[in-house]
Write a protein that binds this ligand. Structure first.
Ligand SMILES: Nc1ncnc2c1ncn2[C@@H]1O[C@H](COP(=O)(O)OP(=O)(O)OP(=O)(O)O)[C@@H](O)[C@H]1O
Ligand SMILES: [Mg+2]
Length: 324
């Protein structure tokens, strides 16, 4: 079943900015879904509409097959949203916040305590349980905020830029937490991010959006294969050497794009392993000294840059220059 289905969604703000422009999206139940886009792409607007905080101008949204406008109160009890600004009361401890939250949702006390213990245990937050939230770093506060939002047992958890501004250690702790939410609580996770690396590591599906439009959606692997070919990269000690031997290499690849980048020769390949073997043999048989040879997979960044048309460098052969 789809957890979320969005069709032809449009939203303009009063100042005339069209934040969503015929936007379409499907999120499967149980997956980690990342919405990737630059500043102003429309990510937060979409989250606000999906969580019933804002209304769209037109289009339809179904959450677990229910039209969102039909029964917004029932939808709200099934979802939780951790916005860009933290919502946890920093004067209180995590435990106090959690008990307070469970009262808001009218959860019986014994059930609430069980749930609190399970959440604190699963996320390894014992040491942060009883002291005021204000005593912790920004990264820890965000994790406590997410733990708090899990008290209502949501079927879908929305996270708007959960790791923005964090150092790498805090980001990794957050990634662990997000994976635990899915594995221990079966919650569908919808997150937004600027970071390609994050979307790649965490997600089952990624949607790249720009200017309020969906550009492409797929698994990280599907997005990479969209770019097509792998590249064989042969590095030499100097650019001069690469320039000299590119002519030799062109002889064994007469029908293929062979090009130069600094001290490397790059060759597009349909069969990376086969070409790796025969090229290595050719270099050795001809006493050509080289520093290294490898198969380069297109990165998610390549996909992103290609699709969002940013800083795209096309080399002399009309080929897209991969990040090396
Ligand atoms: N309340 C508002 N009034 C007018 N324009 C707005 C409002 N909120 C957002 N916008 C505009 O709508 C567009 C989409 O904004 P949105 O906040 O959804 O983007 P975003 O992808 O979340 O960006 P960021 O990565 O910076 O958080 C932007 O051009 C933004 O300036
Ligand atoms: Mg935003």
């Amino acid at each position: 079943m789809n957890a979320i289905e969005v069709k032809d969604l449009n939203k303009s703000y009063k100042n005339g900015v069209k934040a969503l422009n015929n936007f379409n999206l499907k999120v499967k139940e149980g997956e980690i879904f990342s919405l990737l886009g630059e500043n102003g792409a429309g990510k937060s607007t979409l989250i606000k509409i999906l969580t019933t905080y804002l209304e769209a101008d037109s289009g339809s949204i179904k959450i677990f097959d229910e039209n969102i406008n039909k029964n917004p109160i029932a939808i709200r009890s099934n979802i939780a949203c951790v916005a860009q600004q933290i919502s946890i009361d920093t004067h209180l401890s995590l435990e106090e916040n959690m008990i307070f939250q469970s009262r808001l949702y009218k959860v019986p006390k014994d059930i609430a305590i069980n749930r609190m213990d399970k959440l604190i245990d699963s996320f390894g937050l014992k040491e942060y349980r009883s002291y005021p939230v204000s005593s912790y770093s920004g990264g820890v506060k965000r994790r406590l905020d997410i733990a708090l939002n899990m008290m209502s047992n949501p079927k879908i958890l929305f996270l708007d830029e959960p790791t923005v501004g964090m150092d790498i250690k805090s980001r990794m702790a957050m990634w662990d937490m997000i994976k635990t939410i899915r594995s221990d609580f079966n919650t569908t996770i919808f997150l937004t991010t600027h970071y390609l690396e994050e979307a790649d590591i965490l997600s089952d599906s990624i949607c790249i959006m720009k200017d309020g439009k969906e550009i492409i959606t797929g698994t990280p692997l599907e997005l990479r294969s969209f770019l097509g070919k792998d590249t064989l990269k042969i590095s030499f000690s100097k650019g001069d050497k690469a320039k000299k031997y590119i002519e030799e290499l062109k002889k064994i690849y007469p029908k293929t794009q062979v090009f130069l980048k600094e001290n490397k020769v790059l060759i597009d390949t349909d069969d990376g392993k086969f070409d790796l073997n025969r090229t290595t043999r050719f270099l050795i048989d001809n006493d050509i000294l080289f520093n290294g040879i490898e198969i380069g997979k297109p990165s998610l960044e390549d996909v992103f840059l290609k699709l969002t048309d940013k800083d795209l460098e096309v080399n002399n052969n009309g080929y897209y220059d991969y990040t090396l």
